[in-house]
Design a protein around this ligand. Structure first.
Ligand SMILES: C[S@@+](CC[C@H](N)C(=O)[O-])C[C@H]1O[C@@H](n2cnc3c(N)ncnc32)[C@H](O)[C@@H]1O
Length: 263
């Protein structure tokens, strides 16, 4: 299954009520959304039909998240009918909009993808789903910081290493999609300060000159699950129910074992 096939099925399985995309390019991944969306790219060149209500932002993700109210477009509380149609208590109350499905596929350098995660997480809930593209490079050349190949992942694969090491509260699932693998993160905590507070040290430790050291387990996809195994897993209805009822984080404790069973 390729990344877009995976994303298409993820929209069907998780049924997010909003979608955020960093890195739009020609619109192939954005074309899969049918819900209110925000999509960010300083140089998008959309050629696909888009079938969602989208705020298409021509900016870098860093400058977008530095705005005062970046997710204004998703604040459905101003329109109670739209909020009620979404059966989202937070939206009905006009609360700060929380992202449900996010796809991080912008600049493929470690520090950019890490900042994207930090920013997305601040606007997410534990029941949100965050997907990174290009997390399983197939060779060291593809993983170079200085791009010299057609297909390019850069060194964003290191973000999964950081999340596993410093954020054991998250569940990080590598998925064997073609061509370059995705990572799906569950259990976002908008109040966590671990990554922003340690950002400078993390940068110093993880940004290395080329050639990058890509572990065998990444190149050989030793820890990656099959996309169907994740998409067909039995925990999705419980996750959706908890999300729609806006259950507190304690509900994640009960659910995380079921998510981890997949990996
Ligand atoms: C791999 S493409 C996205 C592909 C698209 N998500 C898809 O699957 O069809 C990466 C895109 O990220 C954009 N990009 C580069 N730097 C960025 C940044 N700092 N913030 C947001 N997007 C960025 C590029 O302009 C490019 O269009």
């Amino acid at each position: 299954m390729d990344r877009h096939g995976f994303l298409r099925r993820l929209h069907q399985v998780y049924r997010p009520r909003n979608y955020l995309e960093i890195g739009v390019n020609d619109g192939r991944s954005l074309a899969l959304s049918r819900v209110p969306s925000v999509a960010i790219d300083p140089a998008f060149k959309v050629v696909k039909s888009i079938s969602c209500d989208v705020h298409l932002v021509k900016a870098t993700s860093d400058s977008f998240f530095a705005r005062k109210d970046p997710l204004l477009h998703l604040r459905t509380g101003r329109n109670p009918f739209r909020a009620l149609a979404r059966r989202d208590p937070l939206a009905v109350l006009g609360g700060d909009p929380k992202l449900e499905l996010s796809f991080i596929d912008g600049m493929h350098l470690f520090e950019f993808a890490l900042r994207d995660f930090i920013n997305v997480e601040r606007h997410s809930r534990w029941s949100s789903v965050i997907v990174f593209d290009d997390m399983l490079p197939r060779n060291v050349d593809e993983a170079a910081r200085d791009r010299h190949t057609g297909a390019w992942t850069g060194d964003v694969f290191k973000v999964a290493q950081v999340l596993r090491r410093l954020r054991p509260d998250l569940v990080v699932v590598e998925v064997d999609t073609s061509p370059t693998g995705v990572v799906v993160v569950f259990g976002a905590d908008p109040d966590s300060k671990v990554l922003p507070e340690r950002y400078d040290d993390i940068e110093k430790e993880y940004i290395k000159p080329d050639p990058q050291e890509v572990p065998d387990e990444v190149l050989l996809r030793k820890n990656a699950v099959q996309p169907e195994a994740l998409l067909d897993a039995p925990f999705w209805p419980a996750l959706i129910r908890a999300r729609n009822l806006n259950r507190g984080r304690s509900a994640f404790t009960a659910l995380r074992g079921r998510i981890e069973e997949v990996s």
